[in-house]
Every structure is written in structure tokens, then in C-alpha cells.
Ligand binder design. Structure first.
Ligand SMILES: *Cc1c(COP(=O)(O)O)cnc(C)c1O
Length: 386
């Protein structure tokens, strides 16, 4: 889990620097009042070095990152965008907000997009796919990318859980055309609320940057009030306080990921002795962020028993099985646009995902784990699975 465990002096010091230099909280302008302090710009630059990507744009949330990313594609109302059945509602909401048609494909045992089902759902209207590296495990990016190349489909990676992970030594969020990141309070690094987008292509980056700022092109030849513009837009600008926190958190990213992976390994070493447990599949050549440890049991009732047993020792599960309805598209009948794309029978159309998710258990992995916790978890699970 994450950044919020490590919020402290470093973040405060970054914020103090803003106030020591005039307290300018807006990312643009006020140049003579801010002592050369531009936290959001600096955060974008440092993030782009870390990922690495030439073009990074900071925004107000991970949801905004998805919406702003889609603004660059100039979508038409009939265009279709495919994403996976196991994600957070935000991924589909961003597609609906972009006035495109959302379509969900099934997941496989990686709990991410099933390449075969993705292929089956492509039509001549499909413009983009949003793969999600759910709970920090990379999607099957190589297979998915080659399908995208074949059909001229833009590959977007929702990297909300995958910041700091990689696939075939390429950082998550930079394998495809566009990567989106979330810095909400439950993600690997946090700015309270916040997000980032990385772009391969400079033209797409410039379109999105203008759109997230009411169409402002930030033309260096003119002052902001005379700025040039080519389209309307909206406001998804990150503010300086978030940028400051992000700079401090970014320095902790590799520590967070390493600590999570270590703690995950401790728990895996205990649980792997339980024969009836099957772990979630992790694609070859993945470096996952170990945000959570997911395993499959025989049935939904056993999954619920695992949760109850863990709760008794003060450990919660994460999303699976308890918060399944916020993360499984088969239950999203409240989204008319999505339901329409699935013959108003979402659950039936996404049966395969339901079958996998309903017998999954996810244990959250923290940076700070009490000594011996892995043994406690083993005890709680092994009393239920015999
Ligand atoms: C958290 C999350 C988002 C949204 O990010 P926010 O910063 O909370 O808006 C989008 N997609 C996925 C998969 C997420 O987990």
C-alpha cells in the first residue's frame, strides 16, 4: 500500500519552501513573486526522469489523468474504447465522460486484460484500449501491444497501482502510447489527490496539456492573458502544494516498492505451503509493485471465510472479496452507457471474470509490517483452508 505510511518531514519541508518564497500556489506565472519556485513543473520533470518519458503532465487525480489522456485522441461519439472488467469505476467513467462508448473485456488469471477476449471485442470503431495493471501486476503488455499495432489502436496504461513497476525492463506507463498514474491516498506514492500522464508522442502531449488548462497553449511569445488556443478544454491543473508533496514522495518510490516486495515474499513463503491455494499469475519478465497479494480459493464462500478469519486478527483484505462491486464491471448496471454496450446483461457477458474474481482473496501489503505478521496470516488462512 503505500506513500501515506511515509508522509512526514520531507513533504513538509517541500511545502515550506513554497511559503518561504512568496506562497504562490498556482503552477503558472507570478514569476517575480515566487523566487523561482515551480513545484508542479519540477515534479513533472523529476517524474519524467524517473519513468523515463519525455513528456509528463501533472493533473488533479488519477481519474482526471484518464480523462485528460483521452482528450488528446479527438474521439467521436460512436468511437469505442475497450478496458478490462476488473478495474476501478474511474476507468469506465473517464470513457463515458469523453463521450465515447465503453466496452469491457474479460480478465484472465493475471486479473488483468485477457488478450484473446480483447481481440474478440475489437470492432472497426475501436480507437483505444485502457489496460490496467491491477494491484501492481503488469498486464500482458507484449501480446496486447501487438494486437493494438495490428488494428491501429492506441494503447493506454492505467498505471494507478503500477507506479514503479516494469515489464521486460520497461517502466509501466511507458510501454504503450500513454500512461496514467494516480497519487490518491491509497496509491504507491501520494499527493493526497493527484495524477500524472506520460506520453510517447509530443503532439498528443501538447493537445492534452492545452485541454487540461482551458485550451491554454502556454505560448512563450505572449503573456498568459493573450495566450493562443486551438480548442476548448477544462481545468484539471495540479496545484503547487500537491507538486511539493509529490517531489518528496517520488524520492521514496523505490524504497516503497522494494519494501512491499520484501513483505510480500515473506507472506508468500508462508502461504505457499497450503496446497489448496493458487496464486495469481504474474506474466514472465514482470517487476510488480506488490501492492497486494492475491490468491484463488475454491469458492466465494471460502474467500469470505478467509476475510473473516483475517479480520479476527486485525488484518483486512483489499478489494477482494469485500469491495468487488466497485471494481468489477459485471455489477455496473448504474452505468447505462456501459450496460448498453453489453446487451444490458453485463454479468452474463463478463461471466469469466466473475468466476475468477468471486473466488479471489487479496491481502494488502504495507511498507511497515509488524515482525511475524506473515505467520499470523498463515495461521488465519490455514484454519479456513484444510
Ligand atoms: C485509484 C484508481 C484510479 C483513480 O485515481 P484517483 O486518483 O483516485 O482519481 C483510476 N484507475 C484505477 C485502476 C485506480 O485504482
Amino acid at each position: 500500500m503505500p506513500g501515506y505510511e511515509l508522509i512526514g518531514k520531507e513533504e513538509l519541508d517541500e511545502i515550506k519552501e513554497i511559503f518561504n518564497n512568496g506562497g504562490i500556489l498556482f503552477r503558472h506565472g507570478f514569476d517575480n513573486l515566487r523566487g523561482n519556485t515551480y513545484k508542479v513543473k519540477e515534479f513533472e520533470k523529476k517524474f519524467s526522469q524517473e519513468i523515463p518519458s519525455n513528456h509528463c503532465l501533472a493533473v488533479t487525480s488519477g481519474t482526471a489523468a484518464l480523462r485528460v489522456a483521452l482528450s488528446a485522441l479527438e474521439l467521436q461519439p460512436d468511437d469505442e474504447i475497450i478496458t478490462q472488467a476488473f478495474t476501478f469505476v474511474a476507468t469506465v467513467e473517464a470513457i463515458i465522460e469523453s463521450r465515447a462508448r465503453p466496452v469491457c473485456a474479460n480478465i484472465d488469471n493475471t486479473l488483468n486484460l485477457c488478450p484473446q477476449d480483447f481481440r474478440n471485442r475489437i470492432t472497426n470503431k475501436t480507437k483505444a484500449v485502457i489496460v490496467v495493471h491491477m494491484l501492481g501486476v503488469p498486464a500482458r503488455l507484449d501480446e496486447i501491444k501487438s494486437i493494438c499495432d495490428e488494428h491501429n489502436i492506441t494503447l493506454i496504461e492505467d498505471t494507478a497501482w503500477g507506479c514503479g513497476g516494469s515489464f521486460q525492463n520497461i517502466k509501466l506507463g511507458t510501454y504503450g502510447d500513454i500512461g496514467t498514474f494516480s497519487f490518491d491516498f491509497a496509491k504507491t506514492i501520494t499527493t493526497g489527490e493527484g495524477g500524472m500522464i506520460s506520453f510517447k508522442d509530443e503532439v498528443l502531449f501538447k493537445k492534452a496539456a492545452a485541454w487540461h488548462d482551458h485550451g491554454h497553449e502556454n505560448n512563450p511569445m505572449v503573456p498568459r492573458w493573450e495566450d493562443t488556443r486551438s480548442s476548448s478544454g477544462f481545468n484539471y491543473r495540479m496545484m503547487e502544494l500537491q507538486g511539493a508533496v509529490g517531489l518528496a514522495q517520488l524520492k521514496k518510490l523505490s524504497f516503497v516498492v522494494d519494501a512491499q516486495r520484501k513483505n510480500r515474499d515473506l507472506i508468500v513463503n508462508e502461504l505457499k505451503t497450503i496446497k489448496k491455494i493458487v496464486f495469481r499469475e504474474i506474466p514472465k519478465d514482470s517487476f510488480d509493485t506488490a501492492d497486494a497479494l492475491v490468491f484463488f480459493v475454491d469458492s466465494n464462500s471460502v474467500a469470505k471465510k478467509c476475510r473473516d478469519s483475517l479480520l479476527k486478527i486485525g488484518i483486512s483484505t483489499k478489494i477482494l472479496p469485500e469491495a468487488y462491486t466497485w471494481h468489477f464491471a459485471g455489477t455496473w448496471n448504474h452505468m447505462k452507457e456501459l450496460s448498453d454496450s453489453h446487451n444490458n446483461d453485463l454479468i452474463n457477458d463478463l461471466k469469466k471474470s466473475h468466476e475468477i474474481l468471486s473466488r479471489s482473496v487479496a491481502i494488502p501489503i504495507n511498507v511497515k509490517m509488524d515482525a511475524g505478521m506473515e505467520k499470523e496470516i498463515f495461521k488465519a488462512i490455514s484454519t479456513v483452508i484444510i
